[in-house]
Design a protein around this ligand. Structure first.
Ligand code: GTP
Ligand code: MG
Length: 160
């Protein structure tokens, strides 16, 4: 069985839990992780609680995530609120994140697209150079595009 692991990280209040809840119907809560198996693939989703850019905190998280996942079958999805400050912070954190998550594929969710002044997914993709999904996680009609994005990441070789 192939095991795909997805970690949602990102600063406080950017919408990580809302995104997990948007997927909730299919993913079953296992305590701190959510799981779904379809055919011969097991998916596990992890959410890093609260500010992901504190080095001490994220290193504890990355250790357990790396232990429980397979190289190249794991994804770190960085959730942003699409504000300038947050996108800048992600940009400067990328080098560190790549170090502590080796052999991991990265992507961005540009959340809170319904906010005025939010950067578009295109802008963020150009700034951080990672596959980026624009989302408004409070909009339940966005569930399908979230699932499609995850499927696209898994099927392609982006984010390495
Ligand atoms: N308008 C709008 N509000 C959102 C969106 N996504 C999340 N929110 C709201 O933002 C707040 C924070 O969302 P959470 O999902 O709790 O954020 P989080 O990243 O899990 O926060 P922590 O776990 O505390 O770090 C909640 O009030 C959500 O309803 C969005 O796309 N648009
Ligand atoms: Mg949360």
């Amino acid at each position: 069985m192939k095991h795909i692991s997805l970690a949602l990280i990102g600063d406080q209040k950017v919408g990580k839990t809302t995104i997990v809840n948007l997927l909730h119907k299919e993913f079953e809560n296992q305590g701190t992780t959510y799981q779904l198996s379809t055919g011969d693939i097991l998916y596990t989703i992890w959410e890093l609680q609260t500010s992901s850019f504190e080095p001490a905190r994220i290193e504890i998280f990355s250790k357990s995530f790396l232990e429980a996942s397979q190289p190249y079958y794991r994804f770190v999805i960085i959730v942003s609120d699409s504000s300038r400050d947050d996108v800048d912070k992600i940009k400067i954190s990328m080098k560190f994140l790549r170090q502590i998550f080796p052999n991991t594929r990265f992507a961005i969710i540009a959340n809170k697209q319904d906010f005025e002044n939010s950067f578009s997914s295109k802008q963020i993709e150009q700034m951080i150079k990672l596959p980026t999904l624009g989302l408004s996680a409070v909009d339940t009609t966005h569930r399908e595009r979230l699932l499609n994005f995850i499927a696209y990441l898994i099927e392609s070789d982006t984010g390495l």
